[in-house]
Design a binder for this molecule. Structure first.
Ligand code: ADP
Ligand code: ADP
Length: 229
């Protein structure tokens, strides 16, 4: 089953062609790592999938929904894609529980009860149930990033996008976040992650898509891609 399909996606900023015909699929339960040098278009690609940027040409399919169709319901699509960014983006004046439940309540119109029950389940799963009433500045960077992952999983999304989620972390804290990604993979979560952690991509990804100057230079298993590059 195909969860995400990019079909000849193109995107320019002014005269700069940043994505020049990107096509690849992600299947259910697959973890795909998006690698490539700085400036190769990783972040732009992630933003197109996340509806933060509009493509100029081509389609992006989430299941049977063409998410590049301007008539598509964006809030519905956002509930089907969980996103974690490099910066944790937790609201500093809100507790962990409120941070995790906020979008579910405000954007997806869940009841507070339903949202809190689900949030506590997820916090339990990541070993942070006892931090539910803590504030972000009382947590380490790694713990904050795990909270951001829990928030992204609230609506049980079909696809989890992880955009350089370890780049802002102290190297000491990278391991705990990567362990969590490995756990999500073991639970069958479908993931697209842009990362600089080559060794992690090698270990955890089923497939590596390597971007170079806005085109796909390689698309294969870690062994295939690392052998050639
Ligand atoms: P990566 O994530 O691989 O480092 P990006 O997608 O951030 O690559 O950037 C790819 C290219 O697109 C770069 O040359 C960058 O300067 C350019 N770019 C990205 N976003 C914008 C923007 N909003 N306006 C103009 N140029 C942009
Ligand atoms: P990061 O490098 O991820 O941004 P922080 O700036 O959050 O990490 O934390 C810097 C250091 O302080 C880390 O070694 C972290 O373990 C520690 N630290 C941060 N917050 C706490 C906390 N609430 N309790 C204990 N240690 C903490």
């Amino acid at each position: 089953k195909t969860v995400l399909r990019l079909d000849d996606v193109r995107k320019s900023f002014g005269n700069t062609q940043v994505l020049r015909g990107i096509s690849f699929d992600i299947h259910q339960h697959e973890v795909v790592a998006l690698l490539g040098p700085s400036g190769s278009g990783k972040s732009t690609l992630m933003k197109c999938v996340n509806l933060l940027e509009q493509v100029d040409d081509g389609q992006i399919w989430l299941g049977n929904t063409d998410i590049t169709d301007p008539r598509a319901d964006q809030d519905k699509i956002r509930a089907r894609i969980g996103v974690v960014f490099q910066q944790f983006n937790l609201f500093p004046h809100m507790s962990v529980l409120r941070n995790v439940t906020l979008a579910a309540i405000k954007v997806h119109h869940w009841s507070k009860d339903r949202a809190e029950t689900r949030a506590m389940e997820l916090l339990e799963r990541i070993g942070m149930r006892d931090k539910a009433s803590a504030y972000p500045d009382q947590l380490s960077g790694g713990q904050q990033q795990r909270v951001a992952i829990a928030r992204a999983l609230m609506t049980d999304p079909e696809l989890l996008l992880l955009d350089e989620i370890t780049s802002a972390l102290d190297p000491m804290l990278v391991g705990e976040v990567l362990n969590m990604v490995a756990e999500l993979k073991a639970q069958g979560t479908t993931i697209l992650m842009a990362t600089h952690e080559m060794s992690f991509a090698h270990e955890a990804a089923d497939r590596i898509v390597l971007l170079r100057h806005g085109v796909i230079a390689e698309n294969g298993t870690p062994a295939e891609v690392m052998d050639e590059s």
